[in-house]
Design a protein around this ligand. Structure first.
Ligand SMILES: *Cc1c(COP(=O)(O)O)cnc(C)c1O
Length: 407
């Protein structure tokens, strides 16, 4: 591209970005995060730090732990934090209160959910259901855990792509584990349609929301999802290793039979009874003592959602990814990258994945120039767009730096 043409493009696209930023009703939210001049497009891996978190964590450590000590289990609300914080995540994923419990990692919650889903199928009197379907394109941990869950429950694990699920469903299917958004390509799967198809086949649906919660509407209650899990350190900005969550639909809770029935899930945890009796409601999904420091950091991080609707987030997320694709098409030489993310809005999450021949090296250089995305083996540049703190100027700059690098 000629230098003149390039400078015209920059003028045109920066003007467009300025206009979009000026009209952005979420623009002020950025000030609620600790950010620098870098363009941070890795919130789909580790969300940025909300500015109020350090002081809250300091209070939890110094006052609640340091001074109140054991009293904090009651007086600082430590004991009930898993359900209380679950109820704060609930509106973001379309769940009424009392169905989400926070704790453990996503991997552990996948285990609880898949085993519990098979047990639900069994308790429905359907012992003939000997198969578990799992998304063959899943983030690997879900597949590993599903394999173990299948072995433990004496079922056969059948990996299928989400587009093959409908054909693979049968009277043999006990449970299906799917991702709402593909971590690699950013493809958004049809949660309402697939959940309905799974139910039609008499099976139970487990959805992994790691890449959708906090980025787009999920509608767990509306679509009758049975069980769901997700992490809180991506679009929910809970911090490194912040605890994950488990959703069990209210009417299934009495039949939810946890494979990890720790004392925190007991009806009377302090009764110290040698025999197990499960709690009612969401606490049934708990295991052991909650990781209070991470959990309360997450609780503080959720304050940034005050006054924000998930529909607003979705609208801006789509506008950001549209604008990024537009700028990439303008700045990056033809044929140098190929988007793996669907162009149709109904099939797009909140990230853009670009296939690029020397992606690992390109991402290193992008990061050195202040454009932070990530690299996924073998040839994918991944850019996540967090509407709470990414602006259109960031998007233009990221695409421009990428284009300069690929000439
Ligand atoms: C991020 C992610 C995980 C992470 O699992 P952890 O147990 O929290 O490490 C799991 N599944 C999917 C689909 C993810 O995107």
């Amino acid at each position: 591209m000629s230098e003149l043409r390039m400078s015209e493009l920059v003028t045109e696209l920066t003007a467009q970005a300025e206009k979009l930023d000026a009209a952005d009703e979420l623009a002020a939210k950025r000030a609620e995060f600790a950010l620098d001049d870098a363009v941070y497009l890795d919130g789909n891996s580790l969300g940025a730090l909300p500015a109020n978190v350090p002081a809250r964590v300091e209070d939890v450590v110094r006052r609640q732990w340091g001074s109140l000590r054991i009293r904090s289990w009651d007086e600082s609300g430590w004991w009930t934090a898993p359900e209380r914080i679950g109820d704060r995540i609930a509106p973001l994923v379309g769940a009424a209160p009392g169905q989400i419990v926070v704790g453990d990692s996503t991997s552990v919650n996948v285990f609880k959910a898949v085993v519990a889903a098979v047990r639900l199928a069994e308790s429905a009197g359907d012992g003939a259901r000997d198969e578990i379907l799992v998304d063959a394109t899943t983030f690997p941990t879900d597949g590993y855990i599903a394999e173990s869950a299948a072995r433990l429950t004496g079922r056969t694990l059948r990996p299928v792509t989400p587009s093959e699920v409908r054909d693979a469903l049968s009277g043999r299917t006990a449970a299906v584990l799917l991702n709402h958004v593909d971590y690699r390509t950013g493809r958004l799967h049809d949660l309402p349609g697939l959940t309905a198809a799974i139910h039609e086949a008499g099976a139970y649906a487990v959805w992994d929301l790691c890449h959708s919660a906090g980025a787009l509407p999920v509608g767990l209650d509306e679509h009758g999802v049975d069980l769901a899990v997700g992490c809180t350190y991506k679009y929910l900005n809970g911090g490194p290793g912040s605890p994950a969550y488990l959703y069990v639909r209210r009417d299934l809770q009495p039949r939810f039979d946890s494979p990890l029935p720790g004392w925190n899930s007991h009806a009377e945890p302090f009764g110290m009874n040698p025999s197990y009796e499960p709690a009612t409601g969401a606490p049934r999904g708990r295991v052991g003592t909650p990781d209070i420091l991470s959990m309360l950091a997450l609780e503080a991080a959720l304050d940034v959602w005050e006054g924000v609707s998930i529909d607003q987030i979705r609208a801006k997320s789509l506008a950001l990814t549209d604008f990024f694709l537009h700028c990439v098409a303008a700045y990056v030489p033809e044929g140098r990258v190929e988007s793996l993310t669907p162009t149709a809005h109904r099939e797009r999450g909140s990230q853009i994945a670009l296939r690029c021949s020397d992606a690992g090296e390109v991402m290193k250089r992008l990061i050195a120039q202040g454009v932070i995305g990530d690299f996924r083996h073998p040839d994918v540049l991944r850019f996540g767009f967090t509407p709470l703190y990414v602006g259109y100027g960031d998007v233009e700059r990221a695409a421009r730096v990428l284009g300069e690098m690929l000439v």
